[in-house]
Design a protein. Sequence first.
Length: 564
Amino acid sequence: MNHSISIAALRAFARRAGYVKHTLLLLLALPSMLRTQERGSVDGLADRVFAQWNRSTPGCAVGVAKDGQTILSRGYGMANLETNTPITPQTIFESGSVAKQFTATAILLLAHDGKLNLDDPAKKYLPELPDYGRPLLVRHLLSHTSGLRDWSNLVAMAGWPRETRLHTQPDLLEYVFAQKAINYPVGDFYSYTNSGFALLEAIVERVSGMPFTKFTDERIFKPLGMTDTRWRDDLTTIVPGRAQAYARRGEGWRLEMPFEDVIGPGGLLTTVADWLKWNDALTHKTLGAFVVDSLEKQATLTSGRRITYAMGLEVTNYRGIPEVGHSGSTGGYSTYLTRFPRNGVSIAILCNASGAGATGYAHQLVDSLTTGFAASVPPDTVPLDSAKVARLAGVYRSLRTHDPLLFGIADASGRGRGGRGGRGGGPGLRELRGGGYLLGNNHFLFDVGADGKPRGLRVVGNDGDTTAFAFVSRAPWMPTAAELADFAGRYRSDEVGATYTVVVENGQLVITLRAAVRHEMNPSYKDAFTGWNTVWFTRDAGGKVTAMHVGAARMWDLVLPRVK
């Protein structure tokens, strides 16, 4: 609404009606009236967006600011289902990975102080790190371009996934320092890894000479008035007003609290009000232009391609308008903090229900709070040629991670898509007029030989990242009993301190660490299996199996040499 036009109209009305003496009072009251109307409109919108969360469910707290003024601060659902405590704007939640921007800020403050340089090798401050060939710089840790394996995958490989035992900061560092290899040459790709931000937390402590919690409190939280924000560095600490986290179990709910003393990648306790204060500080560069400009500077890979990730923040476009934000998820908490700088809109959402769509909720709100969205242009498609799809159908192997991708065929279980991260050529597949196919936001481009047979494909994501796949076979591999027997044996990784046993049971490959850690595997392509992570075996020149390899989303190739 244009306030100046509204005021002029009121003046004219007052003169005509003879109410001149009351005009001043009306003009003074107008901004408050307008904000009240705006709040009422936003309140009704939020009620619709969060309608599923009520007094029998967990829920969310939401805060919205427009041009620095809070226009919505509300809670939906319950903070504690045992005590019937409702969520309010003052309820404390855990942030998940939204915490990364605060860890990044601590590093940037030290850089501004002249105590470190972003282009310093991380090994300068963490001599325990192995040499990975190329220098691994501090800035690589800030942008997920280090290649470091994620500690979540590492502890899972050791047999103790997160939330199955208490993991501490020293535990995490010990696992990371033990890695003799990384996912890729430093700087070549983007691969989200919490390990990097755990190392940044350690760097802050070593460079500042202060506990990380104290440094961030004195340099960030207190100066900005974020009085309800702190780190969860001891999970046994009582935190009044904290929401418990939950996950669905059948028709009911169960507790799903983070069970670890790890901070830096996450572990921040906060409220929506404090998050709006933080976003306002970013807008006004309260902690200094250097900090904010660095936080929002997108990283560049060694190829020269710029990625959306900056330093603890993602710099993207939503429906054509600039957005700066980050999502978070830990235990049963789901969170999202975002700003739309051009539109002056800031949104903070904290939920205590696993799977709650915090990001989607924020976008539903901004859809109605701002304008200027780019017109939606549908992809230029043609009717799907099923015969052409059939000629391209088969099993493809990622040249980056070894993941199988099944196109146009079913896997061993009969599903239309196969393997971890595999994509089928079934429902949702659209053929593009200019060539290739579209599935979700991914563009499939096939390499076909002169004989008409597929050789491989490239999958181009909406962020421009391109993953190459080699064509392997027309159908999933069906090994004989003798072929399966080749893999039986014991395989050990000193990097995670675990020895796995591979056996064949009832015609199926089974991988065990101990009785409680057992994985039944399904064949995918020759010498490769899925069902747990992607697992493949390598052989010597004589054909004998010599190693087992395990790949996960954030751990591309952990090698376990055969020991028996």
